[in-house]
Design a protein around this ligand. Structure first.
Ligand code: AMP
Ligand code: ZN
Length: 467
């Protein structure tokens, strides 16, 4: 019996068994980055979590269509380009590329489609026209606004009443709004800003309408899963939901809304506006990207996760244990060879099927590693090695050869891999010629640079010490 997949659905506030709209085609949309800066490790949390989710879903369903957009039209992008005196599109392209590099490094698989706002303005304009035609939106002074009171279900996702929303401090009062709760679908652009011709003059879309249009274009009027951080529930997802439901007369935009908890640094949410961030680019210079990914997976996606040096130390120790098990039962495969495994470890699947419980799934991997350690039967160990790698694939770890993991990251002031290899080889030759004093000197020289050696029957292994 296969374990059913269940998720906590923010729309109902309950954990529910996942029943897709269609068995042959699962659809999922996750709000992507606004590309005006390097992204921080908190931003990676949803992308890693929903990456694990797609890996899980692909073990059960023949097609999982995953769309994750790139917001390349935004006031923050315009401001930043102005400060840098750089063309807006050049800046957006540059940060789209760094984002993609970060995701590759973290082994977040590319989504099926990565739609950009700049390639979807006709669809956005069409959607706004539909909303106007159906009486859910109106044009005023070059703007188009969504009329919140025309949607009887507005507030269902964030569990807010219209009164709560009105009382919320962040509602802009503007003269062109019929109701202060109405939000912008389209706004006018000045000549130096990006703009597109529209029935309401030259302008650009608001943030929320972009996601509704791109999700509709690539996935349809109703989708299975919509994801993002809890910070997006209101107003972004509430507004996306209102736009899509009202335009297409559907009961839901997404049947399941999944929201990840926040990564904190210090006492607060890691966020660009507070300035308490660690960019992935800078972390990658100090830690192997796999260690960063493991650190994120140590928290179940809905919980708040405190980013700290200890979290990274634990991740390193845990990966050392798993890679040691792989090293002790040698083989050429890494978890990357298991993308289309047909035998997945039950304990890992069960943990992930239970609202993506990644800490439980990781401990299942450690259980396999311990069994490898205990077993003296080489065939059994090889079988367990395969299981460990298949489970590693689901979590997006163990994708490197064990030796590479133990070598760690070359630091700018440290020895390069080639220099270390050369010294290890020089030591081997010295020892072969019985010049043990020289062999010892080389070992000490390596130790002084933080390189630890281990002599085994198959030769000398080395690893970089430290975190
Ligand atoms: P943003 O670029 O701020 O729109 O964020 C992109 C994605 O990262 C969204 O899904 C956010 O919910 C998510 N996010 C932003 N900050 C954090 C954080 N500190 N922890 C977890 N997720 C975050
Ligand atoms: Zn969105």
């Amino acid at each position: 019996m296969t374990t059913p997949i269940s998720f906590h659905n923010s729309a109902t506030g309950r954990k529910e068994v996942f029943v897709p709209l269609r068995e042959d085609r699962i659809t999922m949309y996750v709000c992507g980055p606004t590309v005006y800066n390097y992204v921080h490790i908190g931003n990676a949390r949803p992308y890693v979590a929903f990456d694990v989710l797609t890996r899980l879903l692909r073990t059960r369903y023949p097609a999982v269509i995953y769309a994750r957009n790139v917001t390349d039209v935004d006031d923050k992008i315009n401001r930043r380009a102005m400060e840098n005196q750089e063309p807006i599109q050049a800046l957006a392209d540059r940060y789209t590329k760094t984002f993609e590099d970060d995701m590759d490094a973290l082994w977040v698989l590319p989504p099926t489609v990565s739609p950009r706002v700049t390639s979807h303005t006709p669809e956005i304009i069409e959607l706004i026209e539909t909303l106007i035609r159906k009486g859910h939106a109106y044009a005023a002074e070059g703007h188009v606004l969504f009329a919140v009171t025309t949607d009887p279900h507005y507030g269902h996702l964030s569990k807010r009443s219209l009164d709560d929303i009105l009382a919320g401090a962040r509602v802009d009062i503007a003269p062109y709004k019929r109701d202060p709760k109405d939000f912008v679908l389209w706004k006018p652009s000045t000549p130096e800003l990006p703009g597109w011709d529209s029935p309401w003059g030259r302008g650009r879309p608001g943030w929320h309408i972009e996601c509704s249009a791109m999700s509709y274009t690539h996935l349809g009027a109703q989708i299975d899963i919509h994801g993002g951080g809890t910070d997006l529930i209101f107003p972004h997802h509430e507004n996306e939901s209102a736009q899509t439901r009202c335009a297409f007369d559907t009961p839901h935009l997404a049947r399941y809304w999944l929201h990840n908890g926040m990564l904190t640094l210090g006492a607060e949410k890691m966020s660009k506006s507070l300035g308490n961030i660690e960019t992935i680019v800078s972390l990658r210079g100090r830690y192997p990207a796999e260690q960063l990914r493991y650190a994120l997976l140590q928290g179940q996606y809905r919980s708040t996760l405190a980013w700290s040096p200890e979290l990274l130390v634990q991740a390193k120790a845990a990966l050392d244990r798993l890679y040691q098990a792989l090293r002790d039962t040698p083989g050429n495969e890494t978890s990357r060879d298991f993308a289309s495994s047909i035998v997945w470890p039950d304990a890992v699947i069960d943990a992930l099927a239970d609202d993506l419980n990644t800490p439980e799934a990781l401990s299942a991997l450690h259980g396999i590693a311990s069994a490898m350690h205990r077993s003296e039967d080489m065939d059994e160990r090889r079988e367990l090695r395969q299981k460990l790698l298949a489970g590693g694939y689901l979590l997006g770890i163990l994708g490197n050869p064990a030796e590479q993991w133990f070598r760690g990251l070359a630091t700018e002031d440290g020895l390069s891999d080639a220099q270390i290899e050369a010294l290890v080889e020089a030591r081997r030759e010295a020892r072969k010629q019985k010049d043990f004093a020289r062999g010892d000197t080389i070992r000490k020289q390596l130790a002084n640079s933080g390189i630890e050696l281990e002599d085994t029957r198959d030769g000398t292994r080395w690893k970089r010490g430290g975190s």
